[in-house]
Design a protein. Structure first.
Length: 272
């Protein structure tokens, strides 16, 4: 862990909804396909989250305040850019949380941190996503606009009011299609398992993340692995916010990363 100055929170990639200068660990959250940093605002405000854990949410290009920027439909490129922007924030331990496409990105950024610095996040939380080694072809990005909207309604992660507004839809559809293209064309590049602990979270009725394929995340770490199952579908988080915050808090506390006792995990598996 480097002794860097206070990071610049004006970074376009990072949003901090509830500053916690006293935080001893930072939880970097990666949104789902079509999602934005604001999806993690409730988690940042949750009274259940440890008071010494600060939420940093990643803002991908092409949405909200970055809507005029070019969309990126390549997971490795996104992971490279996100990894590069995290340096100023490593003055304290980093944990990663990613949902759906965000889980893939969190994993790929963790791999890049290990390659570039020899260290990993102190813990990786992967939500609503099968393990990288479990490939399944996807064609959502090839659907017509109307079919894509129907898919969004089925998945339940988008406010129905947005889907009923033609002007908003004109902004949403290109972003969603782009992100689905990125994650559906993603192919895992076999790599040695991580050393950090991994916690997988999933809804018990999630058609996109069967339990056996989620449990396969166990193969991607040599550290401890835990699987947490919640009632609900792909966006089980929406109705289980307190439970998710409790899982995150307990995992960080149990591993000692929420009280400053440990830093990031080195590639050898020891705490730094």
């Amino acid at each position: 862990m480097s002794a860097s100055p206070t990071p610049d929170m004006s970074d376009p990639w990072i949003r901090r909804f509830r500053p916690r200068p006293e935080a001893t660990v930072r939880l970097v959250c990666f949104p789902h396909a079509g999602g934005s940093a604001s999806y993690y605002h409730p988690l940042a405000q949750s009274p259940t989250l440890l008071p010494d854990a600060e939420v940093l949410a990643v803002q991908y290009p092409g949405r909200q305040d970055r809507r005029k920027e070019r969309l990126l439909d390549d997971i490795p490129e996104l992971a490279d850019l996100i990894t590069g922007t995290l340096g100023p924030f490593d003055d304290r331990p980093l944990a990663f949380f990613g949902h759906s496409m965000g889980a893939v990105l969190a994993y790929e950024v963790a791999q890049r941190l290990r390659e570039r610095t020899g260290q990993e996040p102190c813990r990786l939380f992967v939500s609503g996503r099968r393990a990288p080694s479990r490939f399944r072809p996807g064609t959502v990005h090839l659907l017509s606009d109307s079919e894509l909207v129907a898919e969004l309604r089925r998945a339940g992660g988008t406010d129905p009011r947005f889907l009923d507004d033609e002007e908003l839809l004109a902004e949403i559809i290109p972003v969603v299609r782009n992100d689905y293209r990125a994650v559906e064309l993603y192919r895992w590049n076999p790599a040695p398992p991580l050393s950090c602990p991994v916690t997988a979270l999933v809804g018990d009725r999630d058609p996109q993340a069967p339990l056996d394929e989620v449990e396969a995340w166990r193969q991607h770490t040599d550290g401890p692995f835990d699987l947490k199952i919640f009632p609900g579908g792909h966006f089980y988080l929406n109705t289980n916010q307190q439970g998710v915050a409790e899982v995150i808090s307990k995992a960080l506390a149990d591993s000692g990363h929420a009280n400053g006792e440990q830093g990031r995990v080195s590639a050898r598996g020891d705490a730094r």
